[in-house]
Design a protein around this ligand. Structure first.
Ligand code: DC
Length: 226
C-alpha cells in the first residue's frame, strides 16, 4: 500500500481527536493534531501579553516562533522553541486563542506548510478544520464529524475533569458555540465540509463505531475491502 491520508474535520468537541488517535493506533499510521499547532502559537502570544485577536501583534512575534512536532509512542508531542507544551495548551482559554490566531492568513500559511510537509513522506490521519478543503485536498479519505452541541459540551466537560479542571456546562456550551461561529465565519479557509467528505453524526455513537466506519471506508478506498 502506498502513502495515503485520512482527513478529519469538524467543530470543537465533535470527537475528531479521540477518533483520529484510535485510527492511528489501529492502522499503524501517524496522527497529526493540527489544532495543537494553532494552540501553540496562541500560547506563545498570550505568554507575551499579546491578544490573539491583535493581528499586527501576532505577526510581530511569528518569526520568533519555532514549532517542532515529534512522534513518540505514536503520540504527538509539540515543542515551542524547544519547550514541550503538549499538555499546557489544552485549556479552553488557549482553545479560544487558537481560534483567534487561526483567522490570520500568515499564521495559517506558516502552519499549513508544516502540515503538508508532515503528510508528504508518510501515511497520516490528520485532524483540524480545513484539512479536507485546504491542507490535503487530495486526501484518499475525507470525513466531517459533527454532534449535538449538548453532547459536545458534555465531552469537553469530561475531558477537562480528567485533567482535574472543574467547569460549568453552560459556560462550556457558550464557548463551543462562540468557537464554531469564529471557525466557520472566518475569511481564510473556514471550517466547512469538503464536497467529497463523508459526514458522520457522532451524537450517541461510540468511539469504536465511528472508527470502525472510517476504517471500513478507508479499506474500501484503498481497494482492500475484504
Ligand atoms: O481542534 P482544537 O480545538 O485543538 O483547535 C483549536 C482551534 O484552532 C480551533 O478552534 C480553530 C483553530 N484551528 C484551525 O483554524 N485550523 C485547523 N486545521 C485546526 C485548528
Amino acid at each position: 500500500m502506498g502513502i495515503f491520508a485520512i482527513a478529519i474535520d469538524g467543530p470543537a468537541g465533535s470527537g475528531k481527536t479521540t477518533v483520529a488517535k484510535k485510527i492511528s493506533e489501529t492502522m499503524g499510521i501517524i496522527y497529526i493534531d493540527t489544532g495543537a499547532m494553532y494552540r501553540a502559537v496562541a500560547y506563545y502570544c498570550m505568554e507575551k501579553g499579546i491578544n490573539p485577536k491583535d493581528e499586527a501583534g501576532v505577526l510581530s512575534v511569528l518569526p520568533e516562533i519555532s514549532l517542532k512536532i515529534e512522534i513518540k509512542d505514536n503520540r504527538q508531542l509539540i515543542f515551542l522553541n524547544g519547550e514541550d507544551v503538549t499538555l499546557k495548551i489544552r485549556t479552553q482559554e488557549i482553545g479560544k486563542g487558537a481560534s483567534d490566531v487561526g483567522t490570520i492568513l500568515k499564521v495559517r500559511e506558516y502552519l499549513v506548510d508544516m502540515q503538508r510537509e508532515l503528510a508528504r513522506k508518510q501515511s497520516v490521519v490528520m485532524d483540524g478544520r480545513d484539512i479536507g478543503t485546504n491542507v490535503l485536498p487530495g486526501a484518499e479519505v475525507k470525513v466531517y464529524l459533527f454532534a449535538d452541541v449538548g453532547e459536545r459540551a458534555e465531552r469537553r466537560l469530561n475531558e477537562l475533569r480528567l485533567m482535574g479542571i472543574e467547569s460549568d456546562i453552560d459556560e462550556i456550551k457558550k464557548q463551543i458555540i462562540e468557537r464554531d461561529e469564529n471557525d466557520m465565519g472566518r475569511k481564510h479557509n473556514p471550517l466547512k465540509k469538503a464536497e467529497d467528505a463523508i459526514e458522520i453524526d457522532t451524537t450517541r455513537m461510540t468511539v469504536d463505531d465511528v472508527c470502525g466506519e472510517i476504517i471500513e471506508i478507508t479499506k474500501k478506498r484503498l481497494g482492500e475491502a475484504k
